[in-house]
Design a protein around this ligand. Sequence first.
Ligand code: PLP
Length: 394
Amino acid sequence: MRDFIPVSQPSVTALETTYVLDALQSGWISSLGQYITTFEEQFAEYCGTKYALTTSSGTTALHLALESYGIKAGDEVIVPDLTFIATANAVAYTGAKPVLVDIEEDTLCIDPVAIEKAITPNTKAIIAVHLYGHPANMPEINRIATQHGLIVIEDAAEAHGASIHGRRTGALGHCGVFSFYGNKVITCGEGGMLTTDDEDLYCRARYLRDHAMSSTKRYWHDEIGFNYRMTNLQAALGLAQLHRIDDFLSQKQAIFEQYHYYLADIPNVKLNFTASWASNVFWLVCLEIEGLTEQERDQWMVELKQRGIDTRPYFCPLSAMPMYHDASVDTPIAHKVAQRGINLPSYFDLSDSDIAYVSNTVRTGLGYAAKPDIQLDAIALPCRCNSQHSPCTH
Ligand SMILES: *Cc1c(COP(=O)(O)O)cnc(C)c1O
């Protein structure tokens, strides 16, 4: 019997152990320390922004960004209906209203046309989520935002290293927000980062993150801030992961290429799509089966689990949930794809034979013959050309 294959699993090597042990033994185990500074500097450099600020999570980074921009009750923030709940919750924490709009069926990211329709005099910001590793259409979103004087926050929690025309996420809007939760592209255990070129925003966010303490009078506070700091131990883990990010990303590309080889010929199956202008990091492999009802999808996931394969359903549309339910929200695409999509095992240490096993179990489950194990040299690995076709000819 084959071992259970999870959807995600962090990769921890001697590098992570060395950095974390060094941080621990240095005595700097709280939220001051060299690893924090270095992680922030090198993450900013990686994204191509002037500043990066560590936070305790992706959710707190989002909340901090919104608070730093002064988003408050009475304001509206446009958010895609298909995302992790944190995107909308962070808006709700400020008292503002998350206005849920539909996504594009191919990229699964927020639809610029839907954004434009949702703008009102109360709209202050747009949160563009780079879902499952694919960047949202930032050139178009930025164009709309400029025209209407809106702030653009990238929720890049699932898309470290993804890019548009060579410019990486985190540097594509007014600010970017990342998560380092255990299943993300790189992890700190828990943690987050705010990236920006805007010095005022960076200073304001750093001040609010540290309880809004006066810089001239200790233990004096003019307003209510937060403790949203990361620890030096988390930063040590994050820095080691950042030093391995190229390996993570080329492996994710290779994993996707292999699934593509096995599954792309099945009619009615859609795998991750990559727009011509985008570089996708394939955080999770996405599989949608056209025509599947939610019940059938869930039953199929149970059957895969019985065969030792973990999967996860797509996010649920936020507008379906009680606290965000609103009859005026019209998001048919989010609702359609949410019920038929699953994510397949996508982690760094997944073996070629695991991918073959998962893929062929999917094939036979859908009534198609299994494919012979892939000839690894038939697809150029690790090719990052973002080819929609496999085998890649580069
Ligand atoms: C994971 C995630 C977050 C939240 O990050 P945490 O570090 O778990 O708080 C926010 N948005 C999206 C799209 C995510 O996937």
